[in-house]
Design a protein around this ligand. Sequence first.
Ligand code: IPM
Ligand code: MG
Length: 359
Amino acid sequence: MSKQVLILPGDYIGPEIMAEAVRVLEKVNQGFQLGLELEYGLLGGAALDVHGVPLPEETLARAKEVDAILLGAVGGPKWDGVERHLRPEKGLLGIRSELQLFGNLRPAILYPQLADASSLKPEIVAGLDILIVRELTGGIYFGEPRGIRTLENGEREGFNTYVYNESEIRRIAHLAFSLARKRDGRLCSVDKSNVLEATILWREVVEEVAKDYPDVELSHLYVDNAAMQLVMQPKQFDVMVTGNMFGDILSDAAAMLTGSIGMLPSASLDQAGRGMYEPCHGSAPDIAGQGKANPLATILSVAMMLRYTLASAEAADAIEQAVSAVLDQGLRTPDIHSDGQQLVSTVEMGDAVVAALNC
Ligand code: IPM
Ligand code: MG
């Protein structure tokens, strides 16, 4: 039976990087006879322009039906002026929430070929392989009440609610422990339990869940210390688990340890392992339309999609090997370029990966 993949290119560099990822996906689809059917939808600013909303009904309906979703990136200055509830980002948050994609996996892996692209010394980052597991459908991103109100004295006040219930913490903790078990067996939970009640409970529940995973070594860090440790001694970490907002911040920091956020894929999974796959980076309006965007994060997101949701490990391996091969060839988009290497455009990078694919 054929499986369906919904492609949501999104905004600014989104369609550029997606075009390359789709060529890679189409080649492995043929080469490994995966029987995937690709269809396209609108999300974010692109949807706002056509339908007046960032998450149209038809996109959501298809998203709920297909086997997997591949997303480019959404948002950008074109929609800066729109009302808050219509912002392109709301489309992304809406789809995450509606599909209950609570488990966000953000690997930060340093390709040995890119050791000199990192802002840290090679010996600090060589061999880096961290997995950040970010809770994606709760916390302060979704907590109610929220808003901007005017007080009696006429002053405006912005407010949000940081809330996590036990079951939300438990399910993300189980996911993180089970992933740690398949890796190096170490999990660091990140909170701010010296200040925030929501994360006092977070720590308690993570401790409870730990009893089911005696083979995994659990540690805890406050988020400020975690940020410091990440840039000081990043290789101490195997898997990190944290809430929505801390995960957003720490995953950007972890990404840069690897040289470029343009290299990092992500998976957002529901309880059944169905998921949406997207690069960790945003829509990069500053470089859109110039052929400068690095398509590798989206191409590697295709590999994650094949591995985690579409059960095609062979095709996923082939893509990851092809990416490694083009890096070996010295091909670099501007974000990872340094002296002595060949500067290539988005499309040329896509060409090279397609050519290096062994299938
Ligand atoms: C991310 C992004 C999003 C987030 C934005 C675009 C809403 O930064 O996926 O990390 O904050 O989750
Ligand atoms: Mg982010």
